[in-house]
Design a protein around this ligand. Structure first.
Ligand code: AMP
Length: 553
């Protein structure tokens, strides 16, 4: 027996439009705040679907976005998948060669792009890689001068002549609805596809208390970018609940966030730790009333205990620490306290809440050691976390090589090394993947190494991630120079080379000259030895992260 209709996104849109027609969607834009209701939203989404259909977009075609968090981007979230196409959100912070690979691999037909990101996209456009792209649509009411993209139109003209209603199709559950690329240890980024059913299941899992506890009364502001796993699914969950949306627009500062919380009555927000450290520091220095804020979902990197404590003690805000992955739509665990734990001393509660938390209902997990045996839940023995469930992917898009590495018997091998305590709380203790996550964005140590090692004066080089208070991790390069080389000149050369090939925030914070890279018994670079040697962050202590941060690129 099966249900009468499929598990798709369409009923969420219908419900919000019909049951909560007056709830608002508010968006910070370059021109100021924009606001309208779900009733208007539903109409605009229908117009977008009509426009896409007229542009020849049909079942399974990919439509991409290159955008920050705002209302028009949110319109594509329902408009594109509900008319049968697949929404591909591109991360604009990636190096140009990754963007080219991604667009070519996904065969995107239309790209929606923010005015402020148009120069970045125009710089990445390459005839061959962009051969599938038929048009660009700028997310504005007019196309800026010298936009450098062609053919191009503006969003308001694109949707203008279409009706406020659309005859939404009945889609199968396995219809591809979303797509997002994730950076791998080796090779090119990997495409992750979300079906209608996966997004439906993830949405339903996030609503109850055991998920992210979202209701109609909430006012939800996703600071996590909408190009990162659909802003952790929050635009869908917020709509399903009939809650109010607040979008912080391009590159919001801590002041922008505090103002939006105060003026719009935000009850819940979400993002990587770096964002919340910035907000805490801002609140230390400024008077802002954030008393409407009840909770912050922190994920993407480990939420520091000090941040959880400061929000609780200084602002009476609960931090819900969550863990997930692009491959998991993304929510996997949430660090809720179990009944009775509220009576523990505050420090013991922070201890629990700083762990990655309890598996979300609907998922299954196992933690396996190198021999494939499950490790006991004793808070000590560790192994790799494997997960499976209705919103966990089982393969990458056209990447059999990566499938072999990351999936086994229907399980996703997360690459996160964890312990589990007696209460079932998962804690990440290490990462098996050789990548660096800085301010919520991946940096490929391997690509940096390849670039550095291509320099004539370098004998050997390796790059590791070193803990960093604000960015969680920063890259540090270790170089063995060839004999007789001027180290200062080489260092300057290497920094210039890296900044030329990659986004500026990929550049190592330090270049350290050493005599030899430590090796394993099999002759591979032993990064663990280097990491252990430098895990006190002494190398980059006192260094002020500059404005070349991921979010400011
Ligand atoms: P992404 O696919 O970019 O979302 O990255 C997923 C990876 O980010 C996970 O496999 C973890 O390594 C890391 N990650 C995500 N959430 C957390 C968290 N709460 N604590 C520590 N690491 C995290």
């Amino acid at each position: 027996m099966v249900g009468a209709t499929n598990q798709t996104l369409r009923p969420f849109l219908w419900r919000a439009g019909k049951l909560y027609p007056d709830r608002e969607i508010v968006s910070r834009t370059a021109e100021g705040l924009e606001r309208y209701t779900y009733a208007e939203y539903e109409g605009r989404v229908a117009r977008l679907a009509g426009a896409l259909s007229d542009a020849g977009i049909g079942d399974g075609d990919r439509v991409a976005t290159f955008c920050w968090n705002h209302n028009r981007h949110f319109e594509t979230y329902f408009g594109v998948p509900s008319m049968g196409a697949q929404l591909h959100t591109i991360n604009p912070l990636l190096p140009d060669h990754h963007i080219q690979y991604i667009v070519e691999n996904a065969k995107d037909r239309i790209i929606f792009v923010d005015p402020s990101l148009a120069p970045k996209l125009a710089g990445a456009v390459d005839g061959d890689a962009f051969a599938s792209v038929e048009q660009f649509v700028v997310m504005a009411s007019e196309v800026p001068d010298d936009v450098g993209l062609s053919p191009v139109t503006d969003y308001e003209s694109f949707i203008a002549d279409h009706p406020d209603e659309y005859d939404w199709p009945d889609l199968p559950e396995d219809q591809p609805a979303g797509m997002c690329y994730t950076s791998g240890t080796t090779g090119q980024p990997k495409g992750v596809e979300y079906s209608q059913q996966m997004l439906w299941a993830h949405t339903m899992a996030t609503l109850p208390e055991s998920g992210l506890d979202i209701g109609a009364k909430d006012v939800i502001m996703p600071v996590v970018p909408m190009f990162h796993v659909n802003a952790w699914g929050l635009p869908f969950s917020t709509t399903a609940a009939g809650a109010k949306h607040v979008y912080p627009g391009p590159s919001p500062t801590p002041e922008d966030l505090a103002t939006l919380i105060e003026e719009e009555g935000v009850t819940m927000t979400a993002g990587v730790p770096t964002v919340w450290l910035g907000l805490l520091d801002y609140l230390d220095e400024h008077d802002a009333d954030i008393s409407s804020l009840e909770r912050i979902i922190i994920g993407g990197s480990a939420a520091p205990k000090s941040v959880i404590r400061r929000f609780d003690e200084e602002h009476d805000v609960d931090v819900l620490h969550a863990w997930g992955m692009t491959e998991m739509s993304p929510v996997g665990t949430v660090a809720h306290l179990k009944p009775g734990m509220e009576d523990l001393p505050a420090e013991a509660q922070y201890e629990k809440r700083a762990k990655q938390g309890l598996l979300a209902p609907g998922l299954e997990m196992r933690v396996v050691d190198d021999d494939g045996n499950e490790v006991p839940w004793d808070d000590e023995e560790f192994g790799e976390l494997w997960v499976r469930g209705p919103w966990v992917t089982t393969e990458y898009f056209e990447r059999p090589d990566a499938n072999e590495e990351d999936y086994e018997d229907g399980w996703l091998k997360t690459g996160d090394v964890v312990t589990v305590d007696e209460d079932g709380y998962v804690q990440i203790v290490d990462r098996a993947k050789d990548v660096i996550k800085s301010g919520g964005e991946w940096i490929s140590s391997l690509e940096l190494e390849n670039s550095i090692m291509a320099h004539d004066d370098v004998a050997e080089a390796t790059v590791i991630g070193v803990p960093h208070e604000r960015w969680q991790e920063r890259p540090v390069a270790f170089i063995v120079p060839k004999g007789g080389v001027d180290e200062d000149a080489l260092k300057a050369d290497l920094v210039a080379r890296v900044e030329d090939e990659f986004p500026k925030w990929w550049a190592p914070d330090e270049v350290v000259f050493i005599d030899e890279v430590p090796k394993t018994a099999t002759g591979k670079f032993d990064k663990k030895v280097l990491r252990d040697r430098y895990d006190d962050s002494s190398l980059i202590e006192g260094k002020t992260p500059d404005s070349e941060a991921p979010s400011d690129e």
